[in-house]
Design a protein around this ligand. Structure first.
Ligand SMILES: [Zn+2]
Length: 190
């Protein structure tokens, strides 16, 4: 899956990770750690693969004509991302609704778009906005609204160590921005 020039980048990441392991006070030659740098590098490469994905290719023309202008909602799509401040995971669910304008997106494509923006160094706030805009563009929608809720390892494992806190972010573009009835319909559908 990893291309030849990508292989070189992954190998460089692995060598940096070996340095980090030693700087942390570990013996990188210890039996259990010998293969860790390359495994960790491949894992990092995988969880940031959104950088190397193209939204057009992800959508792959799965946009279909539809006369409906009623709200389409895809609920509770799970996502896994990495906080850009600490490079620690944050993960949870996002629900997305859009108002079609003659076209609808293949439902699995909404989830694929979520992955493109989750699989990189992110802020939950920006992630939620980017997903809205991507769905808006891909579907040519009249408006998109999303709510994400996630637990952040940088909150749970370090810092304030608030183990049960979740962060919720709401984002709206297009007709959802200033139509209270539509926004209420969104919240009522959750
Ligand atoms: Zn963080």
């Amino acid at each position: 899956m990893i291309l030849e020039n990508e292989q070189q980048r992954v190998e460089q990441i692995a060598s940096r990770i070996q340095d980090i392991i030693e700087l942390l006070g570990e013996d990188s030659a210890r039996q259990g750690l010998v293969k860790t740098p390359m495994r960790a590098a491949k894992a990092l490469w995988y969880v940031t693969r959104g950088y190397r994905q193209d939204t057009d290719k992800v959508i792959n023309d799965a946009v279909f004509d539809s006369p409906s202008h009623d709200m389409v909602m895809v609920k509770d799509i799970e996502f896994y991302s990495m906080c850009e401040h600490h490079m620690l995971p944050f993960f949870g669910h996002i629900s997305i609704a859009y108002i079609p304008d003659g076209k609808v997106l293949g439902l699995s494509k909404v989830a694929r778009l979520v992955d493109v923006y989750a699989r990189r160094l992110q802020l939950q706030e920006r992630f939620t906005v980017e997903v809205c805009k991507a769905v808006m563009d891909a579907a040519g929608a009249k408006g998109v609204m999303a709510i994400s809720s996630a637990g952040h390892m940088c909150m749970k494992m370090r810092g304030v160590e608030k183990q049960d806190s979740t962060t919720t972010v709401v984002s709206a573009v297009g007709v959802f921005e200033n139509d209270d009835a539509l926004r209420n319909q969104f919240f009522a559908s959750l």
